[in-house]
Design a protein around this ligand. Structure first.
Ligand SMILES: [Zn+2]
Length: 416
């Protein structure tokens, strides 16, 4: 019975998969007169779109506070002629460029949020042509390339057989944990997406087809707390935390599949003359391989438990340390097969703009789509972005229009 059901569901899936045409060839499509006009518009509009990138970057979009930037993008979606423009219940901006039919539906998006907290100076400084500001590349470049793609398709009046949906999503970074994309694929556009493209990063030759998975934990060590002199001899949560971090630092991880860990933030304590009642840290671990990721998580959690035991033993159980382990991030490992039509078409589109495609892995919004079995890639928006997630982030707009041309060719080839 189970086998029969499986057979039936795979039959339905393959019928659905063949319900629309195979993607077009970007090398052929680039000679189509209207696509040619769109590619030319992309190059012509680019200086204006770079100025728009500056404007968007200067609208702060800290984690969980993307509303202002979302409102600006929504207005631009409308100005550039998208249909059914709306903001969904968690803040994603969505708009459609309907084709002759609803399917295939190609979803292309860039994320609104940055890693920078409220109050960060996001004023863009210019050094000759290079733009400098937190978030100027990640992912304001993605947003600018997304908007430039819409504008060029609209100006050239490109008609596609399938539909293209555009989105600017919330919650890609950090504790956002891909909540924007998860919402789009599981609810807002549930069962309506045939291909998924995220514009994140700048290098237009890169095609991210494998999603690096990650776990993130917020771990809080708790104890009774007391006076540093008067209560000396009491267990100390920050000392337990130190033991845990030292153990984590010694964990061995494979180079291939690349697996990493990082204690990125620590906090806690009361005052210099108090034995604290609390200390905490945030730890992030990543891998392209699900098993290596799980192994690393197990070792890190074991290190925390050992540290607690050692601290309690050191002070002969004078008070008790406990560790509260909270999972705050879970990005599944995923992959779009390199021979799948979206990856092959993306490679063709990179070649069509005169570059050599490079397949790579990363942790982006595509992880969520890959995990759900939706063919997905993450592409670069053009130009040269450096030092993402740091205050010295910069963006060099050299040949950045190539990223827009790449996106135009990719979405129009897929929307066949
Ligand atoms: Zn990003």
């Amino acid at each position: 019975m189970r086998t029969l059901r499986l057979l039936l569901s795979s039959l339905i899936l393959s019928l659905l998969a063949t319900a629309f045409a195979a993607p077009g060839d970007p090398a052929v499509l680039k000679n189509d007169p209207t696509i040619k006009a769109a590619l030319a518009a992309a190059a012509k509009n680019e200086p204006e779109m770079i100025e728009l990138q500056v404007k968007l970057c200067e609208i702060p979009a800290p984690p969980f506070k993307e509303e202002k930037r979302a409102a600006a993008v929504k207005a631009l979606f409308e100005q550039y002629g998208l249909k059914n423009v709306f903001i969904d219940k968690i803040g994603n901006v969505v708009g459609t460029r309907p084709g002759a039919s609803a399917r295939p539906n190609v979803l292309i998006q860039a994320h609104l949020d940055t890693v920078f907290p409220e109050g960060t100076d996001v004023t863009v400084k210019r050094d000759v042509n290079v733009l400098k500001a937190p978030g100027i590349g990640d992912d304001t470049r993605g947003l600018a390339a997304l908007l430039a793609t819409i504008r060029a398709l609209q100006e050239a009046n490109v008609q596609t057989p399938g539909t293209i949906t555009f989105a600017a999503d919330v919650g890609e970074e950090g504790l956002g944990d891909l909540r924007g994309t998860k919402q789009l694929l599981k609810e807002t556009l549930k069962d309506q997406v045939d291909y998924f493209i995220s514009i994140d990063g700048s290098d237009p030759a890169q095609i991210v087809y494998a999603g690096v998975g990650s776990y993130r934990y917020h771990i809080t060590f708790k104890g009774p707390g007391g006076h540093s002199y008067g209560a000396f001899g009491l267990v100390n949560p920050i000392h337990a935390l130190g033991r845990a971090v030292a153990k984590i630092d010694e964990i061995q991880v494979p180079v291939n599949p690349k697996t990493t860990f990082n204690v990125g933030v620590i906090g806690g304590g009361t005052s210099i003359n108090s034995i604290p009642f609390e200390g905490w840290f945030d730890v992030d671990m990543r891998s392209t391989d699900a098993k290596s990721l799980a192994d690393t998580r197990d070792k890190i959690l074991a290190a925390v438990n050992e540290a607690v035991k050692e601290e309690n033993a050191r002070w002969k159980n004078n008070g008790t340390i406990t560790a509260d382990i909270q999972l705050v991030g879970d990005r599944p490992v995923g992959q779009t097969p390199p021979e799948s039509s979206i990856v092959v078409t993306a490679q063709g589109a990179v070649r069509a703009v005169g570059l050599r495609p490079l397949l790579t892995s990363s942790s982006t919004d595509s992880n969520a789509a890959m995990w759900m079995g939706i063919p997905a890639v993450t592409i670069g928006g053009g130009g040269i972005a450096k030092d993402s997630h740091s205050l010295s982030e910069s963006f060099d707009p050299k040949d950045s229009w190539k990223g827009v041309q790449y996106a135009i060719l990719l979405v129009s080839s897929l929307a066949q």
